[in-house]
Design a protein around this ligand. Structure first.
Ligand SMILES: Cc1ncc(COP(=O)(O)O)c(C=O)c1O
Length: 427
């Protein structure tokens, strides 16, 4: 029995099925874009812990910063004895975020950041309602799960239909949903379900992550901002999956001509260490009273040390430009794979920067989602040494999230494997 096999058996016996793993392998070590499993097999990692290690596994600067912090102190709780690195990290994010005069608070997980964004919006406005979008993903806690716009598997059976939360369709042109359709639905919601004056916030991902890497059209974001302004609603951009150079900018919101009121960040912020944050306009994020926000581990000194290093690396290694280069090469190769007669049928290819996805469809040139081929393709890639992830409201999308620091030869190697897997999945 291999180590992977024995670990799989132990996992099944000891860990609930609710936490599913995309790959039936177990990590032993990882370096930048490479990962070795418990059997000693090497993989290229085009998932990096779901868009977390944008700076690669174990970036030397991140590891160095964490080691230095370990030698000083590991935990005091910012709410008990605060520390400078939390403040300086807040200052850096206030400066970087497209929010204007901002303040930042730190938490541990993305879901916690979203929970607190809603808390701030409700406290500021005194209103209960929140609108999210179909296909959105905002977390798995009771509140964030209710905001998540897909029932199976995130909400099924849990009964988390929280009062005051509504969903509108996210515009996806090639699936027949226009920006006008989304706004017609929002107006209908205000007419039939909740008055606009009772809505505290509208939360939106500039590029839907788990939903399928659908990029929000510029017109959509501008109109959403105007709608929020018209009704005094807080606009929240969830940048948890899109942030920190993944899309070719530090924040995807920078692509739009808007300023959100609040912005949630996590994942790549600390390059593999648990840290999340909520950035907000000063007069809004200050709404909760002292003690109303926080958490024992929120803004851990280890996470803050790692995040400082991540921000340094993004600048020093010009990762925004590199993301554009990596993504452009992916799109070029995917277009070639799509054109081959012997690959499984690829539909839309899309994304921003190095946040790239493609849809699997039932026939070449068609647009009908083919979710059945997705697990076959993911398994075929893994068999050949490449870790990829599926996603999508229609469950037919493959997302490519290679570290932005991936060397060119490993990017080509990974794409070669993907091409072979697409051929294998066709039969
Ligand atoms: C856009 C977005 N929001 C929120 C979350 C939840 O973050 P976490 O899993 O750290 O709670 C995720 C996680 O995938 C995400 O992609």
């Amino acid at each position: 029995m291999s180590n992977n096999e024995s670990l799989l058996a132990r996992r099944k016996a000891a860990v609930p099925q609710g936490v599913a793993s995309a790959a039936p392998i177990f990590a032993a070590r990882a370096e930048n874009a490479e990962l070795w499993d418990a059997d000693g097999r090497r993989f290229l990692d085009f998932a990096v812990g779901i868009a977390v290690c944008n700076t690669g596994h174990r970036h030397p600067k991140v590891i160095g910063a964490v080691k230095d912090q370990l030698d000083q102190f590991t935990h005091t709780a910012f709410q008990v004895v605060p520390y400078e690195t939390y403040i300086s990290l807040a200052e850096r994010l206030n400066e970087a975020a497209p929010i204007g005069d901002a303040k930042t608070i730190f938490f541990t997980t993305g879901a916690e950041a979203v929970e607190n964004a809603i808390k701030v919006a409700r406290t500021k406005t005194g209103r209960p309602g929140v609108i999210a979008f179909r296909g959105a993903f905002h977390g798995r806690t009771a509140l964030t799960g209710a905001l998540t716009g897909k029932i199976m598997p995130y909400r099924t059976g849990a009964g988390i239909a929280v009062p005051g939360i509504y969903h509108a369709p996210f515009p996806v042109a090639h699936h027949g949903i226009s920006v006008d359709d989304s706004f017609a639905h929002l107006e209908a919601l205000f007419k039939s379900d909740i008055e606009a004056k009772d809505v505290a916030a509208i939360i939106v991902e500039p590029v839907q992550g788990e939903g399928g890497f659908y990029v929000a059209p510029a017109e959509f974001m501008t109109r959403l901002r105007a709608l929020c302004d018209e009704h005094g609603i807080m606009m929240i951009c969830d940048e948890i999956q899109t942030g920190f150079a993944r899309t070719g900018k530090v924040f995807a919101t920078e692509y739009y001509d808007i300023e959100p009121d609040l912005m949630t960040v996590a994942k790549a912020l600390a390059g593999g260490f648990p840290l999340s944050g909520l950035i907000g306009k000063r007069d809004i994020i200050d709404a909760p009273a002292p003690g109303g926000m926080g958490g024992t581990y929120g803004g851990s000194p280890i996470g803050c040390a790692a995040a400082h290093a991540v921000l340094d690396v993004i600048k020093e290694e010009d990762l925004c430009a590199r993301a554009d280069k990596v993504g452009a090469r992916m799109k070029e190769r995917l277009a070639e794979m799509k054109a081959r007669p012997d690959t499984a049928a690829i539909g839309d290819i899309r994304g921003l920067g190095a946040m790239i996805a493609f849809e699997m469809v039932t026939e070449k040139g068609g647009n009908t989602p083919n979710p059945a081929v997705v697990s076959k393709l993911v398994a075929a890639a893994l068999e050949r040494g490449l870790i990829i992830l599926s996603c999508g409201y229609w469950a037919n999308t493959i997302r490519l999230l290679a570290p932005i620091t991936i060397p060119d030869d490993q990017l080509e190697e990974g794409l070669d494997i993907l091409e072979q897997a697409l051929v294998a999945a066709a039969s």
